[in-house]
Design a protein. Sequence first.
Length: 214
Amino acid sequence: MLAVAAALFLGGCENLVFSEKPWFSAEDAVGVGAVRPGWWMEDEPGCHVDLEASSTAWPDCANTVLAPGDWKGVLWAADGTEHVLVGGDPMIAQYQFQTSKDAAAPFQNAYLYFGAAALERDAEGRALVLRYWPTLCGPPRHDRPTSVTRRPWPGLHVQRDGGCTADDVRTLRKAAKLSRALATEAPTLRWLRDWRPGDQSEADWLAAQGIRTH
């Protein structure tokens, strides 16, 4: 999801809800037990993994994620940016995004927002299938799909340099719900199995991704 957020931002998509200050903090995160710990994989047609094999033997096409057993819905990237998954209907994923301070363009720090929904849960209420999508300012333009909408959702304000801001959390959540109904790319993550001895360790996997959860 971090890669998706960065790709959208760097790809020039202007039709995204953002804020200069975060709407949510770590205290708002979903907490332990919101998603089932273990290995998850983003849907990829034609990519199959042997669940009996070690995770280190899975094919390169498998875009897998390891959810630690004590994950509370917060993670930090190597650059110190904080990313939070918040409960509600829909859930909201808040991603802090920073451009490099060494880049030629002016330094930017912003927060992007995704909607997220649990399509399946286990007997304990933990998510087994998650779908997520970008929170848009409004219906995309037919002539320029990546440009900011001409019809922003109520309570959203289009900014001169692109994107839009929300009046409050209620407005943000409603925009996420409306965005879900649009025919936009909505990746799906599915739980595969629990972590097993012989798999890549949680510490090694987190280090390889450049993230931490504490």
